[in-house]
Design a protein around this ligand. Sequence first.
Ligand SMILES: [Zn+2]
Ligand SMILES: [Zn+2]
Length: 398
Amino acid sequence: MPDSVSPPTLSFFQRAAVAFVQWFDADHTAGDPVKMRAEPDRVDWVRCIPFIILHAGCLGVLWVGWSPFAVIAAIAFYFGRMFAVTGIYHRYFSHKTYSSSRVGQFLLALWGATTVQRGALWWAYHHRHHHQHSDDPEDAHSPHVHGFWWSHIGWITSRRNFPTDYSKVKDLAKFPELVLLNRFDTVIPILSAIAIFVTGQILAHVAPGLHTSGAQLLVWGFFVSTTALFHGTSCINSMAHLMGRRRFDTSDDSRNSFILALITLGEGWHNNHHRYMSCTRQGFYWWEIDLTYYGLKALSCTGLIWGLKPVPKSVLDEAARSDHAATIAAVRRASHAHQDYSYATLKKVVPAAAAIAVATAASARTTAPKKPEGPGIHRDVTEETHNLARKTPPGEQR
Ligand SMILES: [Zn+2]
Ligand SMILES: [Zn+2]
């Protein structure tokens, strides 16, 4: 973003009118999209309306109730479309980590469009931008620069992040069918919602034993599932640079998180991905669960996609060296912690033992027959033992 940003010149009502038209034509801008991208970051409340509707739709469960079928449908739509976000929008359109035919990539783009995360070109443009500017002020959704909530949801509501910069995705923009899908990015989500509703209505008649309906399936299969999908995906923007372990010393603060990997079907191995973004898999080892990768492997058997790119050996070697160094550091930390524990324990035990000895001796002295004064056995040695503990190097206490 340039240092000197031009202030927004549109009134609230003009911006509202533009935002309304953009719901049907995402490439519509009032004026130059370059200027729009140069506006300052701020929440545009008109752009929040779709998110409010999406979340409010979840409250529909109060009226439509639930059924096992509707809940299972919501879960299935969540994971089926999470795969589209990670395996298609991310690993294909953003990074081209595998190949497909022109028809194949159009089908992939259609699948991706059901996620209600805008068009493939908008998604890829913003994601490539993220890799170019990770955790610097230009990064649209860095939690370190903009805070948690901005990186989670705020950035999407900002007008400057709305237009697609087609010059940054020229390899995709040369396909008019992809540009068309990107431009009219609400068509597929609306059709999906209608299809879910109609399916529910049909099932209510042909399979009443499922106890579902069009409205119930719409609420669970579309609103609940899409809202969960949105927040699951957003966790990568807001938390994958905050939560987890760093295997590679990348220039950003990306991290690997098993929990995020489960929620997002493998995207949680974000530090791996920032180290090497051109391979298909993000979990580099079998224990780094990456369900998207397994799904893409399965999809490659159908012939729809091919040429999945492996992790280079040099990167795996680097990972092995890094893990080895991390293991040694962890052992050293554990060893120091044990020494500190032994030392601390001794500091408590020695004075206590000395105090008991003194008390015992004093007690014996009061009851025993009086003897001539001998060595000062009953003197208080607590302070001396404290001194002893302080002088003795911790390493010799073991
Ligand atoms: Zn990242
Ligand atoms: Zn990426």
